[in-house]
Design a protein around this ligand. Structure first.
Ligand code: SF4
Length: 455
């Protein structure tokens, strides 16, 4: 649960945040609004007057986790408002938990706030009520950029909501709607504020970063006296001017992705692409209705690495998609050998309630899915380990995340928080979170590196 120190007599809200970084950004916005309106965010069910649960509804396991969290909040507190992706499926929530007070969907900040107001009116504060919101916040560097649930030195920068694609295994568009991009000046102003507040790494997120601005017809907006189009490449070039790490997530291999690779080679943004390929077989990709399904992926990867040899590629894959044959799975393993990706996550296909892929013929038996998943992970483990091993003996810049008596935990350009590996700095106990430091790499395993501060 999110927490802060309660002040006397303020209405108190407990908050449970589940799901992906996009849901985390929604949580940050709701918490920011609660703080602006004078609510205290408390860290225990017992101390809260009402509890908000921000849910995830992407796969069955996430639905169950969300239902469990709602159940726990009801049992411990009794007054629960539900929001987030699972909020789109109110019938599922009500069937298990008829006692919830209100249910709202993702990105619907106004409705969550209305539900909170009904249960727990904001405290009238004659001083705060006559001040504009920005002034109320200006005394606190954190609040100036809103409540952040990430450490002070990195932040997620959400550039759009929703998605125009209709991948057959995914129900996100039905939960979050079509793509709605934020105008580029709005994103850049937020990014600049974050950097001024101490953020050293901006993680660009969306459902489809490559599609950024397409709904706005790439409209140009003013920022710092220049005209900038609402488009991925222009956004990257402008963010590069802020002098911090900029990391791109959820990129699809459209042709214009090629345009950002030179920015990576020049050190302007991190040489890192999180690009969910999901499969290698053109037939399976077509069944999945993936964006850029016909892209010649291996050729593109080779071309990107020719321009930017230090490029890290992270991806995710689904094995055992309906109709996947033995030959198509072998093709996927071959793709892994050829592509030499750095970081890979994989899932055995699991039917998501409401997804069109459930109607496809040729369901793969569970034990075959699991066996394929194990072979896939074992194949990639060897590739990831070998690629990390090549870093031993080099010196890499790292951003320190945590420090204790045993040293520091940091990340290099190749490591996104939460999902990738870490760099343990063995002699880093005097470093501080948020510092950039050069580290001599001494050892590597399948996920992580270790080393000492370079002298
Ligand atoms: S691109 Fe596909 S998987 Fe990603 S959010 Fe859109 S529909 Fe879902």
């Amino acid at each position: 649960m999110s927490r802060s120190i309660p002040s006397a007599n303020s209405p108190r809200v407990g908050f449970v945040s589940l799901g992906c970084p996009k849901a985390l950004v929604d949580s940050e916005r709701i918490l920011t609004q609660l703080r602006i309106e004078g609510y205290d965010i408390v860290g225990s069910y017992g101390a809260a007057d009402v509890v908000v649960v921000n849910t995830c509804g992407f796969i069955d396991a996430a639905v169950q986790e969300s239902l469990d969290a709602i159940g726990e909040a009801l049992a411990e507190n009794g007054k629960v408002i539900v929001t987030g992706c699972l909020g789109k499926r109110a019938d599922v929530i009500r069937a298990t938990h008829p006692g919830v007070l209100a249910i709202t969907g993702p990105q619907d900040y106004a409705s969550v706030m209305s539900a909170v107001h009904v249960q727990l009116p904001p405290k009238h504060d004659p001083f705060l009520d006559v001040m504009p919101a920005a002034r109320r916040r200006s005394g606190d560097r954190n609040i100036d950029v809103g409540v952040k649930l990430t450490p002070k030195h990195y932040a997620y920068l959400k550039i759009s909501e929703g998605c125009n694609h209709r991948c057959t295994f995914c129900i996100i568009p039905s939960m979050r709607g079509d793509l709605v991009s934020r105008p580029i000046d709005e994103v850049l102003i937020e990014a600049e504020k974050l950097v001024k507040s101490g953020v050293r790494e901006l993680l660009v997120i969306s459902q489809d970063t490559s599609a950024y601005g397409v709904d706005l017809k790439y409209a140009a907006r003013e920022w710092h006296g220049g005209r900038h189009r609402t488009r991925m490449t222009e956004l990257c070039a402008a963010l590069a001017e802020l002098g911090v790490w900029v990391r791109l997530h959820y990129v699809y291999p459209y042709p214009h992705v090629d345009e950002v690779i030179p920015l990576m080679a020049q050190g302007k943004i991190l040489p890192y692409l999180d690009i969910p390929f999901q499969h290698s077989s053109p037939r399976i990709l077509k069944l999945m209705k993936r964006p850029a399904a016909s892209a010649k992926t291996l050729e593109r990867i080779r071309a990107w690495r020719a321009v930017c040899p230090q490029l890290t590629i992270r991806s995710t894959f689904i094995v055992g998609f309906p109709g996947e044959t033995d030959a198509e799975f072998e093709d996927l393993l071959e793709f892994l050998h050829e592509a030499q990706l750095d970081r890979v996550g994989a899932f055995a296909y699991s039917p998501v309630d409401g997804a069109r892929a459930n109607d496809l013929p040729g369901a793969v038996p569970e034990e075959v899915k699991q066996e394929r998943l194990e072979r896939f992970m074992a194949t990639q483990a060897g590739i990831s380990a070998a690629r990390l091993q090549r870093k031993v003996g080099t010196t890499l810049q790292a951003l320190v995340d945590q420090v204790d008596a045993d040293g520091a935990i940091a990340r290099t350009a190749a490591d996104a928080p939460e999902i990738d590996g870490v760099l343990r700095i063995l002699d880093g106990s005097r470093l501080k979170p948020g510092l950039f430091v050069d580290v001599r790499i001494e050892a590597a395993d399948e996920h992580d590196l270790s080393g000492r501060v370079a002298v």
